[in-house]
Each structure stands twice: as C-alpha cells, then as structure tokens.
Ligand binder design. Structure first.
Ligand code: PLP
Length: 384
C-alpha cells in the first residue's frame, strides 16, 4: 500500500463530503439566482454551507464570499483592493511577507500599486520589527499568512494586526493551510480579510472563500453577474460549495482530535529524524502546524529523495520551487537564509487524518535505507 504524506498539497475528499455533494452533482437542478423552488433549494444549500464555513473560522456568514479556491481569493483580495485604492490614493503601497504562497506573490508582481516585502527570521516568522521596517505612512494593506505551507510555521499575527490597525492599515491573512488544522477566529483576530481553500481540509478542489470585514475597501475584478454580494460574478458551483460546507462542519467538530492525532505523528517523525546526523529540521523553533515537518538531508537533492521515496511507495513533497521552468531552492527557505545546498535538499512531510504511526515507521525506514546506501556508495567511490 502506498503511503500519502503530501496533505498540504491536497487532501483526499472525505467520504461524508462526497455524499453531501452527490445530490448536487446529479439530478438536483436549478440556478441559485432563480426565484423558483428549484433555484431556492440551491440557494439554501449555499447559505447553509456559508454558515458552516463561517463557524469554522469564527466569522459571520455574511462575511464569507465563495470563490474557486485560495488562488482566486488571493487575486481578488489584491486586485480588488488595489482598484479601490487607485481611486483614492494612487501612491498607496502594499506590504506582503516574503514567505507567502505563489498565489499571492505572483499576482503581487502585477499590481498597479507598489509592493514591499516583509522579511522573516531564521524560523520563517515575521516579527513586529520586520513589519515596521517594511511599512510606512503609504502602506494601505499588509498581508501575512496564518501558517506556511512548506515549513508549517504559524505566524503570531496579534501584534502585527494591532500595529496595522494603529497605522490605519488593512490586514489580510492567507489561512489556506491553517484552517481546519488550528483554531481561527476571524472576528477576534481583527484581520480584515482571510483566504480559505476547501481541498486542504478534505473538501473538493476548485472552491474556497475570501472572508471579509465590511470596512475593507474592495471591489470585484470579474464581471458579469452580482453573485456573492456582487464581489464574484458567475453561477455558483453549488456541489463544490456544499462540499466545502460539509468539510468545514467536520473540521470544526474534529479540530481537537485531528490536532492531537497529527501532532503525535509529527512529533514521532521528528524524534526519529533526530537520529540522522545528516538531517536538519526547518523552522524547528517556531510554533508549527500539527501535521507538517520540513527537513533537509545534507548531501542529497530534494528531487532525488522525493523520487527515491516514491520508488518505495511513499509520497512526500520536495521543497524546491519550480518557477519559470527552473527548479531551485524554495523562496521560503531562501527568505529564512537557509544555505542553498541544504535548502535544495528539502523534503516536506504533511500528515493527514488517515495517516498512522506505521506510516511514520515506513518513512523513517525508507529514509534510513536511502541514506545508508548513499553513504556506502560514497565510501566505495572514495576507495576506487
Ligand atoms: C498557503 C496557500 N495559499 C493558497 C493556496 C492556493 O489554494 P488553491 O489550490 O485552492 O488555489 C495554497 C495551495 O497550495 C496554499 O498552500
């Protein structure tokens, strides 16, 4: 049996989520914008899902805007905010952390407003000093993710949000990886916008949300309809939204048990990794997601390790970023000032709710074999 340890990339659809979606993928017909009973049934299903998603992140239902996923939510936030700012303050600037997901970093390169990068420390965390250094009177929006998809480092957002509010700045957080893994409270956190993605929490791909505070100045960037509070035009994908709602409902109910189970796997893996002298765990000092460990193995390339593990039927992710057809060390590890060779050897393990201790053992045994064989061949090569 193959072992899947790449749950930060995507999770398997929960069987209960699939069952909730099926009626909306079959014969239940109707456009949610239609006023007849068929339409109303679809609309009701969307509103129920909105309540469940809101409950998961401590928001009000009316603050949840459904989108096609985390990528669209990040684009809507950046471009929708910039369109508004341009009308009022064309010299406004946006500050984003250096470790954001590409779905935020890449659109940021195409904005009509100037963008500043916020540095992180060696554990991949943004602190208040770094935020103060990257921002100024012209900064109108700050974006710092809730938890990083590679290292799992959880950002301490409270002092950053407090500072942003004192400066009259709006604050966005990409919580695509955090939601369903750690507790979140949109209203209490004081952030003005939050990105979510369903397929990171056992929901379907192609659906997510941007949660927004009513004071956030934002306008739509896609035209052709007034769906989703006139912020996201297009007939809703009801089945996917229903699936997101069900996944959020399950995540709320199981947050603690999942957290406990995942943390046990992560800690066991980390304890096992400590026995390999060639291994360095990244962001080790940071508070991290319960399911994520990213580490480098000196003398290896992450891609080679990934392929060797795949040959042993274990699926992980390498830390290298494939940008413009070139592979290289991940921008996250580079921002943490990890040495290039070590960053290039990075492997990310992200557990999911069906993983067990035997998966941890399988990975540790496979790594031991790979590292030992490599050491033996180095000794043989040296003796030739
Ligand atoms: C932190 C983060 N933001 C955004 C995304 C993009 O989400 P989606 O795949 O739903 O577009 C991902 C997906 O990997 C992610 O990890």
């Amino acid at each position: 049996m193959a072992v899947y340890l790449d749950n930060n990339a995507t999770t398997a659809l929960d069987e209960n989520v699939l069952q909730a979606m099926l009626p909306f993928m079959g014969h239940v017909c109707g456009n949610p914008s239609s006023v007849h009973r068929f339409g109303r049934l679809q609309k009701d299903a969307i509103e129920q899902a909105r309540e469940s998603v809101a409950r998961l992140v401590g928001a009000r239902a009316e603050q949840v805007i459904f989108t096609s996923g985390g990528t669209e939510s990040n684009n809507l936030l950046l471009f929708g905010f910039s369109r508004q700012q341009l009308k009022k303050k064309a010299d406004a600037r946006i500050a984003i952390s250096a470790i954001e997901h590409m779905s935020l970093l890449e659109p940021a390169q195409h904005l009509p407003l100037a963008v500043d990068k916020i540095a992180v420390d060696s554990n991949g965390c943004v602190d208040l000093t770094a935020l103060q250094q990257a921002t100024g009177p012209a900064t109108a929006l700050i974006s710092v993710m809730a938890a990083n998809n590679e290292t799992g480092a959880i950002q301490q957002l409270a002092p950053l949000v407090e500072y942003a509010r004192q400066q009259g700045c709006f604050f966005h957080t990409d919580a695509s990886q955090a939601a369903g893994k750690i507790g979140l409270n949109f209203i209490e956190s004081g952030v003005h916008a939050m990105t979510l993605s369903a397929h990171k929490l056992y929901g379907p791909t192609g659906v997510g949300a941007l949660v927004i505070d009513k004071y956030l100045p934002i306008e739509k960037i896609q035209f052709g309809g007034s769906q989703e509070k006139n912020l996201r035009a297009g007939t809703e994908n009801v089945a996917a939204i229903v699936g997101f709602g069900k996944a959020a409902e399950l995540a709320s109910a199981e947050l603690e048990t999942r957290g406990r189970q995942l943390r046990a796997l992560r800690d066991a893996l980390q304890a096992g990794l400590k026995k390999f002298t060639a291994v360095t765990v990244f962001a080790e000092e940071a508070e991290r997601l319960p399911n994520t460990v990213q580490f480098g193995v000196a003398g290896f390339s992450g891609e080679t390790l990934l392929m060797q593990l795949d040959r042993k039927a274990i699926a992980v992710s390498s830390g290298s970023a494939c940008t413009s057809g070139k592979t290289g060390p991940s921008h996250v590890l580079t921002a943490m000032k990890v040495d290039d060779a070590l960053a290039d050897s990075a492997i990310r393990v992200s557990f999911g709710k069906t993983n067990t201790m035997s998966d941890v053992d399988a990975l540790l045994n496979a790594l031991r074999d790979i590292i030992e064989i490599n050491q033996q061949s180095s000794v043989m090569a040296a003796n030739v």
